[in-house]
Design a protein around this ligand. Structure first.
Ligand SMILES: Nc1ncnc2c1ncn2[C@@H]1O[C@H](COP(=O)(O)OP(=O)(O)OP(=O)(O)O)[C@@H](O)[C@H]1O
Ligand SMILES: [Mg+2]
Length: 287
C-alpha cells in the first residue's frame, strides 16, 4: 500500500463483472469534479476548524477559503498546523469541530479519504510517491486507470484518448524524453514532477501540495514553479511552502498568501503585505 489514496495499488481489478453494466466502473463514487458547485466562486471553505491532539490544539478555529482557479500559497512556522489542515481536508484527520466544504455543497467532514479523493481533491505528499520499478509512462497510465472510467466496450478509442492524455501530461511535466525510463532512475525533482503528473491524470478540481520544493535544487524549484504557474486555471491549488523564492515565483505581485501560526490564520494578503506585517515578522520571518 502506498499512502496516497489517489495513486492506485498495483493490483487493479481486471474482472469486468466487477464493473457496472455501462462498462464504467463505479467503486462507490460519490461525486465527480463536475458536480462541485462553485457558483459562489469558492472551491474550498474552512470555518472554525479545531483539531486537538491530547489537549494540544494543532488547529484552533482555523477559517480560510480558496477561490476557484486560485493558486494559494500557505506559509508559517514549523508546527503551525499546515499539514494538519491538509489532513483534515483530505479526510485523514477528523476535526473536533468546524466546517470543511468543497464548493458550496460537499461536506468533506462526512466523507472518507477515498471518496474525498474521488470528489476531486488530489494531494501531493512531501516524499515523492511513484512506482519506482515502472517506467514513467506506465506510472501515468496506472494513475489514470485509478480514475476508473476506462473500461471495455470503447477500449480502442479510449486507448487513443488515454495515450493522448499521457503525452499531454508528459509534455506538461517536461518528462517526454524520460518516458521509457524507470521512475526510480529519475532525479528528485523529476520524481516530484512525475507525481504531480500522476495526480493530474485524475483531473483534480483542487490540488494540495505540501512542501513540494523541499530537497530540490534551485533549478528544479524554478521548474516546479513554472509547472504550477502553467496549471493555473486548470485546477485550484493550495501550496504549503517554506522556500520564499518559490512562494514569490508562485504568488507574483497580486496572488494571495496566507500565513498560519498556532493553528490559525495570522495574516493574509499579497506576499509584500504579509512580509510587512509586524505579527508575521515577529512570529515567522524574524527581524
Ligand atoms: N498525529 C499527531 N499526534 C500528535 N500531535 C500531532 C499530530 N500531528 C501533528 N501534531 C502536532 O500538531 C502540530 C502541528 O503540526 P503540523 O505537522 O500540522 O505542522 P506544520 O505547520 O505542517 O509544520 P511543518 O512546517 O514543520 O511541516 C505540531 O505541534 C505537531 O507536533
Ligand atoms: Mg508540515
Amino acid at each position: 500500500m502506498n499512502e496516497n489514496p489517489m495513486v492506485p495499488d498495483l493490483a487493479l481489478p481486471e474482472d469486468p463483472a466487477e464493473h457496472s453494466l455501462s462498462g464504467v466502473a463505479d467503486f462507490g463514487r460519490v461525486v465527480t469534479p463536475g458536480e462541485i458547485d462553485v457558483s459562489h466562486g469558492t472551491i474550498l471553505y474552512l470555518e472554525d476548524v479545531t483539531v486537538s491532539f491530547d489537549g494540544f490544539r494543532a488547529l484552533n478555529k482555523l477559517t480560510l477559503s480558496i477561490d476557484v482557479g486560485e493558486l494559494r500559497c500557505i506559509i508559517g512556522p514549523n508546527g503551525a498546523g499546515k499539514t494538519t489542515m491538509m489532513d483534515v481536508i483530505t479526510g485523514k484527520t477528523e476535526p473536533d469541530s468546524g466546517k470543511v466544504f468543497l464548493g458550496q455543497t460537499i461536506d468533506l467532514t462526512r466523507m472518507n479519504e477515498p471518496s474525498i479523493a474521488r470528489a476531486g481533491i488530489g494531494r501531493k505528499f512531501q516524499k515523492p510517491t511513484v512506482f519506482e520499478q515502472h517506467p514513467v509512462w506506465e506510472n501515468l497510465e496506472l494513475a489514470m486507470k485509478a480514475d476508473k472510467g476506462w473500461w471495455p466496450s470503447l477500449r480502442a478509442r479510449l486507448d487513443r484518448e488515454a495515450q493522448a492524455r499521457i503525452e499531454e501530461t508528459l509534455s506538461l511535466i517536461r518528462l517526454e524524453s524520460e518516458a521509457r525510463r524507470l521512475a526510480g532512475e529519475l532525479s528528485h525533482g523529476q520524481k516530484q514532477r512525475l507525481e504531480i503528473g500522476m495526480l493530474l491524470m485524475q483531473q483534480p478540481a483542487l490540488l494540495l501540495l505540501d512542501e513540494p520544493a523541499a530537497g530540490m535544487t534551485d533549478d528544479e524549484t524554478m521548474q516546479l514553479a513554472e509547472l504550477l504557474n502553467h496549471l493555473r486555471g486548470t485546477c485550484s491549488m493550495m501550496v504549503v511552502e517554506h522556500d520564499m523564492e518559490f512562494v514569490a515565483a508562485l504568488s507574483g505581485d497580486a496572488g494571495k498568501v496566507t500565513v498560519m501560526a498556532e493553528g490559525r490564520v495570522l495574516a493574509h494578503g499579497t506576499l509584500d503585505e504579509v512580509k510587512r506585517d509586524e505579527t508575521v515578522i515577529e512570529s515567522y520571518l524574524g527581524r
